[in-house]
Design a protein around this ligand. Structure first.
Ligand code: UD1
Length: 432
């Protein structure tokens, strides 16, 4: 039997979404996925017991835990904290079975080199974002004395003496900046990273490294200075709020209307995103402990273009495309970071959206209403975008491949439901 209706997928894990809004209440924003994964990697730098607090309960953190365990480190969750015990002896190997599940596992390269002087990490390969090279990581680590080669699908990295040096990154790559920062903590001399990425997660990593005894300054700006130190020690740190999770709930208010407070969210980390939402008709304001968002009317079209931080985050783009697909007017959306990041558009088209893509641009003509359909989550943010689209669609939308959403969102359905959205998660066992 051909399956075309949202009701035809009761044999799969799924999220069912029905027309929703206005939303009301408050939601607590979790710790940042893209920070905690790197903080976990940083625990490889030295022996001892680390505590990382405000850790989101998401699949990517579990896989990073498996990466550390494979290396010989013990990782335990205690409520919303992770306790990580790094023994004196660890291996530097991460197999493909793990890296293919989590691209960010390449974040262990820099900390393994500084911690034990060698690493063998399987290359993760491409993904739905398109081509994902690591040449900038390689050039950055080589600039401070590491030797790297790729063979049989693995990166082999070794170093005898890490030597602080000036390093000009060809592009402000988040991952390369982080790998270099971690490796440079133990170098002899000072490493000055120019054209560094400026994301808040990089500043968070610098705070953690400094608590460990490193000497990092300038993180959050384009020039980061890492003065090498002889010794590091374990640290206890609370993860910065997840700005992309916060953006998801802001976009939800945009598409469904209402008034919502995002507890713990950092408005200063979302300045351009909030400015764009204002242009579309969502009011955002600083609340006592977060951001308050209000939307009373249909959204207006707005042109958006992704850029490295502090520009509009590429990770918010699927959310924006989803909500612009039901805004009044025509929006032009431009992707400047990743070669392929429009696959979810086909899913929106199945819901009646009017979107044309051409290279790294999309022209989004807002329609009055979408219509519910079975759709797939192609990656973390695209999955959340499908849930938002379902809230603005007639009838039932069934979001499939929800494991992608689980990689990066702690309890998306529960949090949206607490704001009044008509969303529920159903598993294979819920077949009636
Ligand atoms: C991180 C985030 C991801 C976010 C991205 C951009 C994590 C776990 N992931 O990914 O959610 O979308 O930042 O904000 O933190 N590039 C190269 N060569 C390299 C490295 C990168 O060409 O060696 C290119 C990439 O292909 C891409 C661009 O640089 O086009 C940005 O990548 P980068 O900033 O490195 O992103 P990630 O660290 O992979």
């Amino acid at each position: 039997m051909e399956r075309t209706h949202p009701e035809d997928f009761t044999d799969q894990e799924r999220i069912e979404v029905r027309p929703s809004g206005p939303l009301e209440g408050s939601v607590v924003i979790s710790g940042a996925k893209n920070s905690v994964l790197k903080l976990m990697a940083a625990c490889l730098l030295t022996e001892g017991t680390f505590t990382i607090r405000n850790v989101p309960d998401i699949e990517d953190v579990k896989v990073m835990g498996d990466v550390l365990r494979h290396i010989g480190v013990s990782v335990h969750r205690a409520d919303n904290a992770l306790v990580i015990q790094r023994p004196a002896l660890i291996t530097g190997e991460v197999p493909y079975a793990l890296t293919e599940q989590l691209r960010a596992s390449t974040a262990v390269l820099g900390s393994l080199l500084a911690g034990i002087g060698n690493a063998r990490v399987a290359l993760p390969g491409g993904d739905d974002f398109g081509h994902r090279p690591i040449d900038i990581h390689v050039a950055a680590l080589e600039a401070i004395g590491c030797r790297l080669k790729i063979s049989g699908g693995d990166i082999y990295a070794t170093v005898d003496n890490l030597v602080g040096n000036p390093v000009l990154l060809e592009y402000p790559s988040v991952g390369a900046t982080e790998n270099l920062m971690m490796a440079a903590t133990r170098a002899t001399g000072t490493t000055v990273i120019d054209n560094a990425a400026r994301e808040p997660e990089i500043a968070d990593l610098a705070v953690f490294l400094n608590q460990m005894g490193a000497k990092v300054s300038g993180a959050g700006t384009s020039t980061i200075c890492v003065e090498g130190v002889g010794e590091l020690h374990p640290a206890d740190h609370t993860v910065v709020a997840d700005r992309i999770e916060a953006a998801t709930y802001l976009a939800a208010v945009g598409v469904a209307g209402g008034e919502v407070t995002l507890e713990g969210a950092r408005g200063d980390h979302l300045a351009i995103f909030c400015r764009k939402l204002e242009e579309m008709g969502v009011r955002t304001a600083k609340a006592a402990n977060g951001i308050m968002a209000t939307a009373m009317n249909r959204l207006q079209a707005a042109d958006v273009s992704t850029l490295p931080y502090p520009g509009l985050p590429t990770d918010t783009k699927p959310l924006l495309v989803a909500i612009l697909s039901v805004a009044d007017g025509v929006s032009i959306v431009t992707e400047n970071l990743f070669s392929g990041r429009f696959r979810y558009v086909d899913e929106l088209l199945r819901m009646g959206a009017d979107i044309r893509t051409e290279g790294h641009h999309a022209v989004v003509r807002g329609v009055k209403r979408l219509s519910g359909a079975p759709v797939r989550a192609h990656d973390i943010r695209a999955g959340a975008a499908m849930v938002l689209a379902g809230m603005a669609a007639e009838g039932l939308t069934t979001v499939l491949d929800v494991h992608h959403i689980d990689r990066g969102y702690e309890n998306l359905v529960g949090k949206l439901g607490s704001l009044g959205a008509d969303v529920q998660r159903l598993g294979v066992l819920d077949v009636c």
